[in-house]
Design a protein around this ligand. Sequence first.
Ligand code: 9MR
Length: 373
Amino acid sequence: MAFKLSFTTLLMAGLAAHAQTPAALKDVFKGYFHVGAALNQAQFEDRDARGGIIVRTQFDTISPENVLKWESVHPRPDAYAFDAPDKYVAFGEKNHMFIVGHTLVWHSQVPAWVFQNAKGEPLDRDGLLQRLHDHIRTVVGRYKGRIGGWDVVNEALNEDGTMRQTPWLKIIGEDYLLKAFEYAHEADPKAELYYNDYSVENQAKRNGAVELIKKLKAGGAAVTAIGLQGHDKMEWPTIEQQDATILAFQQLGIKVNITELDVDVLPAASQQRTADVGLSVEAHAKLNPYAGGLPDTVQQALARRYGDLFAVFCKYRGTVSRVTFWGVTDGDSWLNNWPVRGRTSYPLLFDRQGQPKPAFQAVIRAARQGSVK
Ligand code: 9MR
């Protein structure tokens, strides 16, 4: 009897343990695409035990949320800060992950000195090209063969598909993108190179992005993929917009990566459908309705939304090579502080306790349904 009891107890414990073992996204999506997350410094420095376990068990690719942006890695003309990025890359290698670099050329998070000469006057074209070349050679060169793909240019387009008037464009001219791709390819000929942007699912911006990619290719740039950031809402982009966008770039013969995925369930704080980090809106209780927890109806709607999005990603297996979430748990997300500071946001697959949400199960189901089609 004593034996029987302990055997049953053991069996029950074993079954329970089995039932609680969540599926791993990186395994479920094998054969489709890599699945990853953007990491903050605590995560790749092993100071976030809860997040660290999720990252190691669920994901096979990582992106650096901030440490490879110009102002972080190259804060002064003669000073590079490689300590944090070195740890980021070492973390990815230790865990056998595909390591992404983000980002070489952006109008945001770049110090003012980059565009000025020693007297504080605006730099000329040759001076800025020289500076861009040095930066890319130094940063990409340091991680040659280790960082597998780079966001070479980030967010170069306006919402209407025209070129954003950044200091890069104003000083160098439209070929700054071509130059950046050329320098990155020269620094690591084997690295994948990406153009990355948000709201490309909207027709006007998508048309601009298609033209941009065509021009880059015609100019000889080694563009591997477009990165669709995927800072989504519950109703935007529509499934049709998502599908048409992936198709448009597939037809150009490049890959599509979903690079910064999250789904915002909070009320729109502005009319602007954007992921522009420059936007800021004042806090108001009405804009933060779920501070005490997410109602089940919204939780289920978020799960359906994620399931629908992943069904499209799965449909385009072979073209979609990577889906990366912008954060690990809801508590990590930039959406807790943008465009309104101090909100309680629920945009990811893991909750603040690190538990998988119904959206996680919905994503897993999308993979299983996709594989039988
Ligand atoms: O999530 C990032 C946040 O921590 C930073 O404060 C912000 C500014 O550097 O950038 C956020 O990441 C952005 C990414 O680099 C580019 N696309 C939009 C992302 C969300 O703002």
